[in-house]
Design a protein around this ligand. Structure first.
Ligand SMILES: C[S@@+](CC[C@H](N)C(=O)[O-])C[C@H]1O[C@@H](n2cnc3c(N)ncnc32)[C@H](O)[C@@H]1O
Length: 295
């Protein structure tokens, strides 16, 4: 298949994206609760400044804003971002939203306590170079010791089983039921795949079929752990849906603090971490194949 525009895919999907969920508001609340749990456990109580750098229409960003955090949402898709801002306003949540590519985040260094990149957004980047650009940007905008929260599909499982499709999902809206499913076409490298996203919308007793195309890199947890360590994060840990309550595996990691001057207590500028010296306690942790929470 030809190269696809990720931006075009999500601009086209923005108006219908909520239909992926049986009840989008319920999913927003459930996901925010799980993500807030990670934030509380690692940074303590209290509202935090959060960047969701692939916020889409706001599934995580709006929930986190309604939970009291100060949230900025950015995304490659201008249509998704403007819907996120409107949906947040309609629910009384404050969300600053901006169209931005996560490979070139337009925010000042050391601005946020937390960076979120959820629901398989990072694997849209198809090269090591792009992944590195995105992760180093996330590190740059985080404060010292800030928290990275990354959620992805369980691609360790997909790389073993090479699925060709996802099961149909049915959601109920005021105008009837919508059916969503995907067809996957694996590349010869066994790692990347093209995706056809089908949505069947009810139209006067029949169905309108919408097909949109994009591509993903099915990164394993080990590949992602290495990339995150190379970008200068430490304390990298994977969390299973069974333990976190989030429907996908979640990686948490901390921005390595800048070293303090031994005499005057001032901070030196950030130093690149030698990835070979990074401790990765969660690297070898097995993910339990337990019943997954719903998205
Ligand atoms: C599966 S959607 C998830 C969106 C949102 N987190 C949610 O759960 O509703 C993936 C998102 O990643 C965004 N994305 C893909 N590549 C991106 C990039 N290079 N920079 C910023 N966002 C990107 C897409 O526009 C899309 O909104």
């Amino acid at each position: 298949m030809a190269e696809f525009s990720v931006r075009g895919f999500y601009d086209g999907l923005a108006a219908d994206y909520h239909r992926i969920f049986p009840d989008w508001d319920v999913s927003m609340a459930r996901q925010a609760e799980a993500l807030s749990g990670f934030i509380r456990a690692r940074l303590g109580e209290g509202p935090r400044s959060v960047l969701d750098c692939a916020c889409g229409i706001g599934t995580q960003a709006i929930g986190l804003a309604l939970a009291g955090h100060r949230v900025v949402g950015s995304d490659l898709s201008p249509d998704a971002v403007s819907r996120a801002a409107a949906e947040a306003a309609a629910r009384g949540g404050g969300l600053q939203a901006a169209a931005a590519d996560m490979r070139a985040l337009p925010f000042r260094a050391a601005t946020f306590d937390v960076v979120v990149c959820a629901d398989n957004a990072l694997p849209h980047l198809l090269s090591e170079r792009d992944i590195e650009a995105a992760l180093s940007g996330m590190r740059r905008v985080l404060r010292d010791d800030g928290l990275l929260l990354l959620s992805v599909r369980d691609y360790d499982e997909s790389r073993r089983t090479r699925p060709e499709a996802t099961a149909p999902r049915v959601s109920q809206a005021s105008d009837g039921r919508t059916i969503t499913f995907q067809l996957w076409h694996w590349h010869e490298d066994g790692e990347r795949y093209d995706l056809e996203h089908f949505q069947l919308l009810p139209t006067g007793g029949s169905w309108e079929v919408l097909v949109r195309r994009t591509a993903y890199w099915a990164l394993t947890r080990s590949q992602l752990t290495d990339a995150v360590a190379r970008a200068g994060f430490t304390d990298i840990t994977w969390h299973t849906p069974a333990t976190s309550g989030f429907y996908q595996p979640v990686l948490t990691a901390r921005r390595t603090p800048s070293p303090k001057h031994p005499l005057v207590g001032r901070r030196y500028p950030a130093r690149r971490t030698d990835p070979r010296s990074v401790r990765r306690p969660g690297h070898r942790r097995e993910l339990a194949a337990a019943a997954a929470p719903r998205r």
